[in-house]
Design a protein. Structure first.
Length: 341
């Protein structure tokens, strides 16, 4: 538990490091990929993960495809940090579970429940409140730079959702190996976009911010998180995940003196509530089933004898999705829908 809390809190500071590096988004992501590859490579070597990678041609292609989405997700996310506040970027980016939900329904015909649709609508209300788009449109004072930042955060969230869908199809590959492949893919992918002339001079303080992003935020925190996730239930991870945006907002307030408005605060609460609702599959509007069996708790599976334990997570219907935990690049793990059977 301590490991995942440290990872979430550490990732909550990532916006500060991006901004303080003073580098354009492509340069920051390129440096992160190079330094992250070194850190993750060392972790995989020390952990002995190269001995049995589980890589097949299919898995390699899926990891590479997910890496393309993940790397450009970073680019859009870091660009958003520069164009709007860390608070707004973080909150908008954390609408990503809903895009995963819709992509699952579109690509894999996964069932969308009324509850999930309701949570998405509530999150949309939260998004409008947090970004104060309605007020800006009403008053005719829409800041084009802030709007671009919001759109970049949304683009980052959608790209992360696509990366999640790709990761969902990977079988038998250690997550550390997948992460290593993804940052390695980013190096040649970003080369044409890097502004080498803008890179800081050797010994400049900007390299410290970039080095921490690559080694600590990528190598160390990924390793901590992936070591902890297999031992924790998805419900615990879903709740602990919100340490990330909480730390990010505190950093924005303390370092950049951002003062959230009442509308922002209400919007943040609605988005957090909606994300937890989707992740933990809350169904407040679901009709109560008539009592069956003993009349106490969910009915035991057919053929089960007296005293047979009921699974902790009972699907709402045959073929209902169950959580698969993955991690986003603002650092927040989310449950992704996975088809039963």
């Amino acid at each position: 538990m301590v490991q995942i809390i440290v990872a979430m809190a550490g990732w909550g500071t990532i916006g500060v490091f991006v901004l303080e590096s003073g580098q354009p988004a492509f340069n920051v992501v390129f440096a992160r990929c190079v330094l992250g590859a070194v850190a993750l490579g060392v972790a995989c070597l020390v952990g002995g993960y190269f001995r049995d990678t589980g890589l097949t041609r299919r898995n390699l292609l899926l990891a590479a495809g997910g890496g393309v989405c993940l790397v450009f997700n970073w680019v859009f996310l870091f660009s958003s940090f520069e164009q709007t506040s860390i608070t707004i970027t973080t909150v908008v980016y954390h609408t990503q579970p809903f895009y995963v939900l819709f992509l699952g329904a579109l690509l894999f015909k996964e069932r969308l429940t009324r509850a999930n649709v309701g949570w998405v609508l509530l999150a949309f209300v939260g998004l409008v409140l947090t970004t104060e788009l309605w007020t800006a449109l009403r008053d005719g004072q829409l800041d084009s730079r802030q709007l671009l930042g919001i759109l970049n955060a949304l683009a980052a969230a959608v790209l992360y959702a696509l990366a999640t869908i790709a990761a969902k199809q990977l079988k038998g590959v250690r997550p550390q190996i997948t992460a290593l492949i993804q940052v390695l893919i980013g190096i040649p992918l970003l080369l044409p976009f890097v502004r080498f002339a803008a890179l800081p001079a050797p010994g400049a303080s900007s390299w410290i911010w970039l080095a921490v992003l690559g080694v600590f935020h990528t190598g160390v925190l990924y390793h901590l998180l992936y070591s902890a996730v297999p031992h924790l239930p998805s419900s615990t991870i879903a709740v602990v995940a919100f340490v990330n945006p909480a730390v990010a907002i505190v950093c924005d307030v303390v370092v950049y003196s951002h003062r959230p408005t009442l509308a922002e605060i209400v919007g943040i609460v609605l988005i957090v509530l909606s994300s937890l609702g989707v992740t933990l599959r809350w169904q407040p509007l679901a009709a109560r089933r008539p009592p069956t069996g003993t009349g106490v708790g969910p009915e035991a599976p057919a053929g089960a004898g007296p005293g047979t334990p009921v699974p902790a997570e009972v699907p709402v219907a045959t073929g209902a999705p169950t959580p698969l935990v993955t991690v986003d690049e603002a650092g927040s793990p989310h449950s992704v829908l996975r088809k039963q059977g």
